[in-house]
Design a protein around this ligand. Structure first.
Ligand code: ADP
Length: 482
C-alpha cells in the first residue's frame, strides 16, 4: 500500500506533465492558430477595405493611373509582407503587387468565383490554385454606382501566421514548464513533509501490530501528522501499560489464590496422612474453613470489580435517606464491635437526609470503609461516621483511631490487591480489593473520595454525594430538620 500511494502520486504528476504538453501541442495550438488567423484576417480586411475605398475606387473612376496604384500597392505589400491584388468581377488581374500585369496580356485567376468565401470574408488555401503554399486571403468588393466593380484581395502566407502562433505557443510552453517545475517543488515538499512522516507512522503501526508497543515514532511535528503520531504513540503506550497491569493483575490473583489453596492442601494432606491427630481436626478444619471463606471473598471481590469496570457501571439512582443507610450498615457490624469493644459514633445531619445515588452501591462503599476501619482499629477505640452538608454536596466520612496509613502508601491503597505492610499482620484475610471497588463506585457517581491519615493515629475516608431535592420538599412541609 505504501508503494502504490507514492507511485500513484508520481504517475499523477507525470500524467499532469504529459497532459499539459499534449494539450498545449494540440488543443491550445489549434485555438491559438485559429485566433491568429482571425486576428490577421481582421487586420487584412481593414487594409483591404481601405484600399477598396481609396486607391481602387480612384482607379476605377480614373482619378489615378494604374501605374501609381501598382506602385503604391507594391510599397504597401512589401511593408505588410503580403500580396495585394485588384481583380475585375470576372477575375481578371488589374493590379498585382508582386508582379505588375502586362497590359497587353489579360491575366485571369482561373475559376475565380466571388461567392466562394460563403459569407466569410477570409479563406485559407491556395486561392483557386494561384499559390503553391497555403495563404490567408481576404476579399473585399470595390463598389461604385451600386454595382460591384472589382475586388481587392490581400494574401498573406500562412507560414507567417503560423510563425506568430508559434510565438504565442512558445509562451504557453514556457508557462507550462514553469508550472511543472513549481509542481515538482510541491511534490518534493509533499515527499519530505507528508510522505516520509507517513511512512514512519506506518512503520510504527507495523511495529505495534507485531506487539512492540514501546516503539517510539520519530515524528515530532506540530501539524496533523504530528498529532496522529502522538495519538498513535499514546494509544500504544496505554495498551502497553494496560498489558503490564494485566500481567500484574494475573500475578496478584495467582498469588492470592495460591496461598489459601496451599494451606488448605497442606492441612488436608496432614489430616489424611495422620500428621494431624483426629483430636486436632476441629481446629484445622476451622482454619480450612476460614481459608475457603477468604477464597470466596476474593472471588466475589473480583467479580464485583469486573462488573463495575466492564462496559461502564450502570447506576440505579434513587433518592434515599443516607442517614438510615449509615445506621443500618453500622448495625451490621454490631457483633464485631461488641467482641472488640469498639464504639461506632454517628454524627448525622438532621433525622433524614436524602441523597441521589445508587443505594446498593453506596451501601457497599460504607460497608467496605467501616469494615476497614474496624479491621485496622485497636480494641476499645472509637469509630466516627459523620455526615455534613455544604450546598448541594453531602460529605460522608468514616474516621478511625487505628494504625493509619503511611504517606508513601496513601496513593497506592486504591490499586487492586494493594495492602500496606503495616496491615498485613493485622488482616490476613484482606484481599486488597475493597478500596478499588469503593473508588470505582464513587467514580461512577462522578463524586470524590479523599483520605487523610497519619501513621499510628488513624485514618479518615471522606466521600461526597449529591444532595437530593426531596430534602427541600420535606423542609417546606416541616417534616424534617432537627
Ligand atoms: P483489604 O481487603 O485488604 O482491606 P482494601 O482495598 O480495602 O483491601 O484496603 C487496602 C489496604 O489499605 C489495606 O490492606 C490496608 O493496608 C489499607 N487500609 C485501608 N483502610 C485502612 C484503614 N482504615 N486504616 C489503615 N489501613 C487501611
Amino acid at each position: 500500500m505504501r508503494k502504490t500511494l507514492y507511485l500513484r502520486i508520481i504517475i499523477a504528476y507525470l500524467f499532469f506533465g504529459l497532459f499539459g504538453f499534449f494539450s498545449v501541442a494540440t488543443v491550445i495550438s489549434r485555438i491559438t492558430m485559429e485566433y491568429c488567423v482571425r486576428d490577421k484576417a481582421r487586420l487584412l480586411y481593414g487594409e483591404a477595405t481601405h484600399i477598396s475605398d481609396t486607391y481602387a475606387t480612384d482607379l476605377y473612376n480614373s482619378r489615378v493611373s494604374l501605374e501609381i496604384v501598382q506602385g503604391q500597392m507594391e510599397a504597401l505589400s512589401a511593408y505588410m509582407d503580403t500580396e495585394i491584388w485588384i481583380l475585375n468581377p470576372s477575375g481578371r488581374m488589374i493590379v498585382n503587387s508582386r508582379q505588375a500585369p502586362d497590359p497587353s496580356v489579360e491575366t485571369f485567376v482561373e475559376g475565380f468565383d466571388s461567392t466562394f468565401t460563403a459569407g466569410n470574408y477570409y479563406t485559407t488555401g491556395t486561392f483557386f490554385d494561384s499559390f503553391d503554399k497555403e495563404v490567408l486571403s481576404v476579399t473585399v468588393p470595390i463598389t461604385g454606382s451600386f454595382k460591384i466593380r472589382g475586388y481587392v484581395v490581400i494574401h498573406m502566407p500562412m507560414e507567417k501566421v503560423r510563425r506568430d502562433a508559434d510565438g504565442i505557443l512558445n509562451i504557453a510552453y514556457m508557462e507550462l514548464v514553469l508550472l511543472i517545475v513549481l509542481s515538482l517543488i510541491i511534490l518534493l515538499f509533499f515527499t519530505e513533509y507528508v510522505y516520509r512522516p507517513l511512512r514512519r507512522i506506518i512503520a510504527a503501526a507495523e511495529q505495534y501490530a507485531l506487539g512492540n508497543m514501546h516503539y517510539h515514532i520519530p515524528v515530532e511535528r506540530e501539524d496533523e501528522l504530528g498529532y496522529l503520531a502522538a495519538s498513535l504513540g499514546y494509544m500504544a503506550d496505554t495498551i502497553a501499560r494496560s498489558e503490564d497491569d494485566q500481567k500484574k493483575f494475573i500475578a496478584n490473583i495467582s498469588h492470592d489464590f495460591r496461598s489459601p489453596l496451599t494451606s488448605i492442601h497442606g492441612f488436608l494432606e496432614a489430616m489424611l496422612d495422620g500428621t494431624i491427630p483426629p483430636e486436632r481436626y476441629e481446629h484445622y478444619l476451622g482454619v480450612v474453613l476460614a481459608e475457603t471463606e477468604r477464597l470466596t471473598k476474593l472471588t466475589n471481590g473480583l467479580l464485583t470489580l469486573n462488573n463495575l469496570t466492564t462496559g461502564g457501571m450502570l447506576l440505579n439512582r434513587t433518592d434515599f435517606d443516607i442517614n438510615a443507610v449509615i445506621r443500618s450498615v453500622a448495625a451490621s457490624f454490631e457483633q464485631t464491635c461488641r467482641t472488640r469493644n469498639i464504639h461506632i459514633h454517628l454524627v448525622l445531619v438532621g433525622k433524614i437526609l436524602f441523597v441521589n445515588a445508587d443505594l446498593e452501591k453506596i451501601q457497599q462503599v460504607l460497608y467496605n470503609l467501616i469494615d476497614n476501619a474496624l479491621k485496622f482499629s485497636r480494641p476499645d477505640s472509637d469509630i466516627t461516621i459523620e455526615t455534613t452538608e455544604k450546598g448541594e454536596t453531602i460529605f460522608v466520612s468514616v474516621r478511625d483511631n487505628g494504625i493509619g496509613i503511611p504517606k508513601a502508601d496513601q496513593p497506592l491503597i486504591w490499586d487492586r490487591f494493594y495492602k500496606t505492610d503495616l496491615s498485613r499482620g493485622k488482616d490476613k484475610k484482606g484481599t486488597g480489593l475493597g478500596l478499588s471497588i469503593v473508588r470505582e463506585i464513587i467514580r461512577a457517581h462522578e463524586e470524590n473520595i479523599t483520605l487523610v491519615s497519619t501513621e499510628g493515629v488513624g485514618s479518615t475516608f471522606t466521600f461526597t454525594l449529591r444532595r437530593s431535592d426531596r430534602n427541600d420538599v420535606l423542609n417546606e412541609d416541616g417534616e424534617s430538620e432537627v
